[in-house]
Design a protein around this ligand. Structure first.
Ligand code: ADP
Ligand code: ZN
Ligand code: MG
Length: 478
């Protein structure tokens, strides 16, 4: 059966570290990094007799995430112990939530080629992160660092509603953007603040039942998620086509070989021997508490996009690109406060800034200059101090060595030549040097004008005011 006769089914379990100041069950800091084992106390190191106390902010952040993803918030929820042994988990159980998660039955909307599509969210629950094992540093085994133990997480479990790697990519990007907007997680994937377990299965088109899924754990880059899904679809189809069987198992994605490898068979929930956490009280939320969080929810990407379309008349594409990243759209808003030119700011961010970010494989929050500086650059073009061509060079410099555009322009002698006398002299010089082009223009070849202007630009290293050049050439050749 050809590949097109199969359909892919994908479901994601996304872990996001919450940006609360302190851990979920103790008052240790949640800061990333730090000397190993310096952000811990008897509670997160699992000393006998130490008791957890639930951090109220964790509940608030999780409820915010639930409301922002259209979930129902449970008034009555609780924590459970999920028992398993691993050296980064000193208690030998993780405090999580089993049958009564905080949030249930939500959805997130993505835009696909066939239009808008809702991806269901089964549940969002709170839990604690584990520590970290640092392997091989001393060539004599692994060292455990418990700084991350007890950092609060939300796990967002999706329905198996995605049908392609692109769907999964869009869903995760949307989710990331929502979490950034409501400021519950910094979503830094490279630091592991946002990571996804990717479940993939295939079935014959038209078949009702789902196929057996495999799961790739802890993926933290969009690129590898797409590659891993594509690979896994191909692998599963091949197995089935050759009369084989897919086993439910956990796989490891290897970035270098571009393949997945079996890690272990999948545990069932009974293997975890879940039971209610006896050291914590149930979580009861009042209607008022939930409504209060709902009322204070900040603007979400979708609303902000609508506002950009209506208030600033940006293009759909521009509004989409800007609002997909909270950082980028905050940057945009800061810049337009100064230069009051939304279209120009949007264009610069969408085209040249985006291109450089892409080339340098940087995220928007790594832009090395401030919104004020982009605004200044745009004002300098509007005032005619520099041409938009030179402005692109200024932007390159702003990425290399962030300084005020006016200083970069001054240091490089890039101020635009708009002095009439000076331009006239250049025009005359170019006319004298190019009699053939002058002849061509006079005999009706409009293109020749472009050539002459180009020569004058070359002569002035792009600094001559192009409008003035055009006009003066025309006048001189009349
Ligand atoms: P577990 O914790 O055992 O992995 P969960 O129920 O928490 O189980 O998560 C299962 C995830 O796998 C969900 O995101 C769900 O949408 C997804 N999923 C379930 N069945 C399939 C399937 N047949 N194909 C792809 N994804 C699936
Ligand atoms: Zn602690
Ligand atoms: Mg799973």
């Amino acid at each position: 059966m050809p590949r097109e006769d199969y359909e892919t089914v994908i479901g994601l379990e996304v872990h996001a570290e919450l940006s609360t100041k302190t851990k979920i069950f103790c008052s240790c800091p949640t800061d990333f990094g730090g000397e190993p084992n310096t952000h811990c106390c008897p509670v997160c190191m699992a000393m006998p007799g130490a008791l957890p106390v639930l951090n109220e902010k964790v509940v608030e952040y999780a409820v915010k995430a639930g409301l922002a993803t259209n979930c129902t918030i449970s008034r009555d929820s609780k924590n459970d112990r999920k028992n398993y042994f691993y050296p980064d988990l000193p208690k030998s159980y993780q405090i999580s939530q089993y049958d009564k998660p905080l949030c249930e039955k939500g959805y997130v909307e993505i835009e696909t080629e066939e239009g808008k599509k809702k991806i269901g969210i089964t549940r969002i629950h709170i839990e604690e992160d584990a520590g970290k094992l640092n392997h091989d540093d001393y060539g004599r085994g692994s060292l455990v660092d418990l700084n991350r133990a007890g950092v609060p997480l939300i796990e967002i479990v999706s329905e198996p509603d995605m049908r392609s790697a692109q769907d999964a990519d869009k869903y995760l990007k949307k989710l990331k953007s929502i979490l950034e907007y409501i400021e519950v997680s910094d979503c830094k994937m490279q630091e592991g603040s946002l990571r996804a377990d990717v479940n993939v299965s295939i079935r014959k088109k038209g078949q009702k039942e789902f196929g057996t899924r495999t799961e790739m754990k802890n993926m933290n880059s969009f690129k590898s998620i797409t590659r891993a899904i594509e690979y896994e679809i191909g692998r599963q189809i091949e197995v089935v086509e050759n009369g084989g069987k897919i086993y439910q198992e956990t796989l490891r994605w290897d970035e270098v070989s571009g393949k997945t490898f079996p890690m272990r068979n999948k545990e069932d929930s009974q293997d975890y021997r879940y039971f209610p956490e006896p050291d914590l009280v149930p979580i009861r939320l009042s209607e008022e508490y939930i409504e209060n969080i709902r009322k204070n929810l900040p603007e979400l990407p979708e609303n902000r996009k609508q506002r950009y379309l209506e208030e600033y008349h940006l293009t759909e594409k521009g509004a989409n690109i800007l609002t997909a990243s909270k950082y980028l759209s905050d940057f945009f808003e800061e810049a337009i406060k100064i230069c009051n030119n939304p279209k120009a700011v949007c264009n610069w961010l969408m085209s040249d800034v985006a291109r450089i970010l892409n080339e340098k494989e940087m995220e928007p929050d790594e832009i090395p200059f401030k919104p004020e500086e982009l605004a200044e650059l745009i004002e300098l073009i509007e005032k005619g101090t520099i041409s938009s061509k030179i402005a692109k060079d200024v932007l390159d410099k702003m990425f290399e060595n962030p300084e005020k555009p006016s200083k970069i322009i001054k240091d490089n002698g890039w101020v635009q030549i708009s002095d009439e006398g000076a331009i006239k002299a250049i025009v005359q010089k170019i006319i004298d040097a190019n009699p053939q082009s002058v002849q061509d223009f006079k005999s009706g070849k409009e293109k020749a004008l472009g050539f002459l202007v180009g020569q004058a630009m070359k002569e002035t290293k792009g600094k001559a005011n192009p409008q003035m050049l055009n006009k003066m050439f025309k006048d001189a050749l009349k």
